[in-house]
Design a protein around this ligand. Structure first.
Ligand SMILES: Nc1ncnc2c1ncn2[C@@H]1O[C@H](COP(=O)(O)OP(=O)(O)OP(=O)(O)O)[C@@H](O)[C@H]1O
Ligand SMILES: [Mg+2]
Length: 488
């Protein structure tokens, strides 16, 4: 049991609480007992004072007391703990019980000479002098105005002993109660925390190759259910990321192999015999194309990697999305003209976004649309503001994307019907980049397609712009924009 552990703390807490509780109750009961005992004694003493006053009233002179002491002594017969003395005003003992310790108690229990006739002086017992003593004046009868001091002393050793015993027992009970509570607390904490230990064991068993293991949620104690569930959710996300990562690396290897094989093939053929300067030039030009493709791919991947870690800088500001759309559309109109296509833009919308990234997303969509529109078709880019978002829809007529591919077109390197074999083939990273850009902006990208008819990509910029502002401040950390041309 380590000092910082919950088990340790709970045990200590249990013990402390028990000791405090026992001490509180014990102290209360002690006080109660103490008062009760003292009051009982006191009541007895006061009763006796009244009795002696009564007796004194029947006596006419002090000398009568001295001559007939038994009348007074008899009053305390049967009270072995009680001692008696009667004194005159000068302090001379007129009468005392057999075990009277002359002087001491009287001196310690003086009663004022001029005390009111009914007054009684009290001295409580202490461990040093365990006598409960009272002193009071008793007036004699006979009208001479004489009086005698009644001093009654009750041996309280039994009561004091009882109280001392009580204190000792209380301390013992507190000590053992505390110890028992600590042990109990230890056992309780240990059993209660057992599920946590099991969880830790399961968790320590999880490794990259065993990401499918899960913590037990159903049988976990209520307090740990949420923890187990979030831990499992985290594992699920980890597993997904891990799967994506390993898919990504195999895709990556695959993607790199094609251009590098091309480069190698062409170079080997060129080197196989002597060539003219023109031939070498042609090979180098062809190689350059492959190098460009590779460079573009690497740039794209770098961007995606940064965006994944939310490292891509986001210089978000309020922009006129229509103006950005027009700029990109104008740029692509040249390409569209070549293919006999038309790009039509409409609508308005202001968003908080990084205008370079927004342009890049739009460019990717337009370049895809141009590539997949049937000749003579019209590409339609429309801006619309909904209640909580600004949406840009890019639709084009064409072969479209069949439902089984729709889900995956945003995946990295994913291309429908192996378009990578084609000469104008991209790398399949365009839409992945679009998605990343939109996610960076707190928005999203969607696609809907009716094969053979219309395919629509929708970029959704969030309407609530405050969180985007926050994101952009985070984004300012790394400043440069990642390389990578506008492409689709
Ligand atoms: N407007 C569209 N109509 C039909 N299919 C489309 C459309 N846009 C994209 N696709 C399909 O989605 C796939 C993925 O597109 P994406 O932009 O990610 O890659 P790419 O265009 O092939 O390559 P890159 O964009 O990296 O040059 C494409 O291969 C294409 O088959
Ligand atoms: Mg593309």
């Amino acid at each position: 049991m380590k000092p910082g552990s919950i088990t340790f703390r709970l045990s200590i807490l249990f013990a402390l609480t028990t000791v405090l509780l026992l001490a509180g109750i014990g102290a209360y009961l002690y006080r109660f007992l103490d008062t009760e005992l003292m009051q009982r004694d006191h009541a007895e003493l006061v009763g006796k004072v009244a009795l002696f006053r009564h007796h004194l009233a029947a006596v006419n002179s002090l000398s009568q007391i001295v001559s007939a002491p038994n009348e007074f002594r008899d009053a305390i017969i049967g009270h072995p703990h009680l001692r008696l003395a009667l004194l005159d005003e000068a302090g001379n003992v007129l009468l005392s019980s057999a075990d009277w310790r002359h002087g001491t108690e009287i001196l310690k229990a003086p009663v004022a000479e001029d005390a009111a006739p009914g007054a009684i002086a009290i001295r409580m017992p202490t461990p040093g002098d365990p006598y409960h003593t009272v002193a009071a004046w008793g007036a004699l009868g006979g009208g001479a105005g004489e009086r005698a001091l009644i001093v009654l002393s009750l041996d309280s050793r039994e009561a004091l002993e009882l109280l001392a015993n009580y204190r000792r027992t209380l301390f013992a009970v507190m000590l053992f109660g505390g110890l028992a509570a600590a042990v109990l607390g230890f056992l309780t904490a240990r059993t209660s925390l057992w599920p946590l230990r099991l969880m830790a064991e399961t968790a320590s068993d999880i490794s990259a190759s065993r990401l499918d293991r899960r913590l037990e949620v159903a049988n976990a104690p209520h307090e740990l259910k949420a923890l187990a569930a979030s831990f499992n959710a985290m594992l699920e996300r980890l597993r997904n990321s891990f799967a994506r990562l390993s898919d990504f690396s195999s895709d990556l290897a695959h993607e790199l192999r094609t251009p590098i094989n091309n480069l190698m093939g062409q170079t080997q053929v060129a080197l196989s015999r002597a060539r003219s300067a023109e031939e070498y030039r042609a090979v180098l030009e062809s190689n350059l194309e492959e190098y460009e493709r590779l460079a573009r791919m690497i740039g794209d991947m770098l961007f995606l990697a940064k965006a994944d870690n939310a490292q891509a800088p986001l210089n978000a500001e309020e922009i006129d999305l229509r103006a950005e759309l027009d700029k990109v559309a104008e740029f692509y109109q040249v390409l569209a003209d070549e293919a006999g296509l038309k790009i039509v833009c409409e609508g308005e919308g202001r968003v908080v976004a990084d205008h370079i990234l927004a342009q890049r997303a739009i460019a990717n969509l337009l370049s895809n649309a141009i590539r997949h529109t049937s000749p003579g078709g019209e590409i339609f880019a429309a801006l619309a503001a909904t209640a909580d978002a600004v949406e840009l829809r890019v639709s084009n007529p064409g072969p479209g994307i069949s439902p089984e591919h729709l889900e995956r077109v945003f995946d990295r390197f994913y291309q429908v019907n192996g378009s990578r074999e084609r000469s104008d083939a991209g790398t399949g990273l365009g839409l992945a980049i679009v998605k990343s850009i939109m996610r960076l902006h707190g928005g999203d990208a969607r696609v809907a397609s009716e094969p053979g008819r219309l395919t629509t990509f929708t970029l959704q910029f969030p309407g609530s712009l405050s969180d985007l502002k926050n994101r952009s401040e985070v984004g300012q950390a790394g400043k440069t924009h990642s390389g990578g041309s506008q492409k689709g």
